[in-house]
Design a binder for this molecule. Structure first.
Ligand code: NAI
Ligand code: MG
Length: 361
């Protein structure tokens, strides 16, 4: 099978880690029967400064017309609003209808300092407060003065399809557990936790909740996937105290955004945490971190988040076996703990870590 992958390094350390994604794909054993073609594409702040567009049309056209998936590094956002600039990844999610943001968060085995964590946060990516329909109103001081409001939009269709994806991920994780040695997972059965605040927002979050419930009671999940609900604030509490209790979490856009950064903090470094933006038949792997200007150009960026994002992209392109090989090579390297980048307390360079993981592959 030939897979055509767009490579969008973006800004800062994106340019140092995305090449690692390409190298690990090229190093996959030929017995898997995969071949790759790559397209070098541009987006980000530097692209904006050079060309006037943060997301050039060509990037979108090539992704749409010629690619099966992509890897996206990171982009810098100016600290002050710059006219004409807006985040290219947000635009890409919209243009390619990448309706889910999937973020696995997993601790390193044998890291006694931390609680064992092995969860996936599945965040709805197209609606909720992030439809960005905001308005500011001027009102006389006597009536309370200026105010602003934002629309929170929740649809049955988007809620239902994100819950279905969460259910499918829970089943897939169970399949992987069943073929792994006993004791290698902290979970015994698939569980999806629906997060919302329907006690306060009974219409919007209420719809999210009932649509998720309905989707997860479909025959493919009934009996196979346990479903529970949790109000988002109490979820944060439990996530920090008892993270091992979660398997797959499904959340509307805003809560999912917050929960997934919080969960990433529990495993030690942003440099470890991958994500994927997923739509019908297309996936973009994207490390969760930003462009990290403080370490840019030093050759010490942790490549693990990108390598795991590459595996995650493969998973959503239906190449689970190839993905499993990458995860295993990364985990083995981290568990041995001999070559760690400075964010994990080590002294290794990006290159040394990549070479170690490629060797294990
Ligand atoms: P950041 O994720 O770039 O960095 C936060 C801290 O984590 C820094 O100390 C950095 O050195 C460290 N770090 C991040 N990734 C690392 C890696 N792979 N290896 C080792 N250390 C790593 O977030 P920050 O500093 O808030 O933002 C910097 C720029 O990135 C800003 O312009 C921001 O807008 C942008 N950004 C972009 C994102 C994206 O493209 N999805 C996400 C977050 C921020
Ligand atoms: Mg975020």
């Amino acid at each position: 099978r030939l897979l055509r992958i767009g490579l969008i390094p973006g800004d800062g350390i994106g340019r140092e880690v995305i090449p690692a994604g390409r190298r690990i794909l090229e190093a996959l054993p030929s017995s898997l029967g995969l071949r790759f073609e790559f397209a070098d594409l541009h987006a980000g702040f530097e692209t904006f400064e050079k060309t006037g567009a943060a997301l050039p049309d060509r990037t979108v056209d090539v992704l749409r017309g010629e690619c099966d998936g992509a890897l996206f590094g990171a982009v810098s956002s100016p600290s002050k609003a710059v006219r004409g600039y807006s985040s290219p990844i947000v635009a890409l999610r919209k243009k390619l209808d990448l309706y889910a943001n999937v973020r696995p968060v997993k601790s390193v085995r044998g890291d006694a300092a931390r609680k064992p964590i092995d969860m996936v946060i599945v965040r709805e990516n197209t609606e909720d407060l992030y439809v960005k329909e905001e308005k500011t109103f001027d009102r006389p001081e006597s009536e309370g003065g200026k105010y602003a409001e934002a629309i929170k939009r929740i649809s049955e269709r988007a809620s239902s399809r994100i819950a279905t994806m969460a259910g499918e991920i829970a089943l897939r994780r169970q399949k992987i557990r069943e073929s792994s040695p006993p004791g290698s997972s902290i979970h015994e059965r698939p569980l999806v936790t629906i997060t919302h605040k329907s006690n306060v927002l009974s219409q919007t979050d209420g719809l999210f909740r009932t649509a998720c419930r309905a989707a997860l009671s479909a025959p493919e999940f009934a009996g196979a996937v346990a479903v529970e609900e949790q109000i988002v604030d109490s979820m944060v509490y439990k996530l920090f105290r008892q993270p091992e209790a979660y398997d797959v979490i499904v959340a509307p856009n805003l809560y999912g955004d917050i929960l997934s950064d919080g969960a990433a903090a529990l495993v030690g470094s942003l440099g470890l945490v991958p994500s994927a933006n997923v739509g019908e038949g297309f996936a973009i792997g994207e490390p969760c971190h930003g462009s990290a200007p403080d370490i840019e150009g030093k050759g010490i960026a942790n490549p693990v988040a990108t390598l795991r994002s590459t595996a995650l992209m493969l998973e959503f392109l239906g190449e689970e076996e190839a993905a499993a090989k990458i995860y295993a090579a990364v985990d083995a390297s981290l568990e041995e703990g001999r070559l760690l980048t400075p964010d994990l307390g080590g002294r290794a360079t990006t290159e040394e870590v990549v070479v170690d993981i490629l060797k294990r592959l």
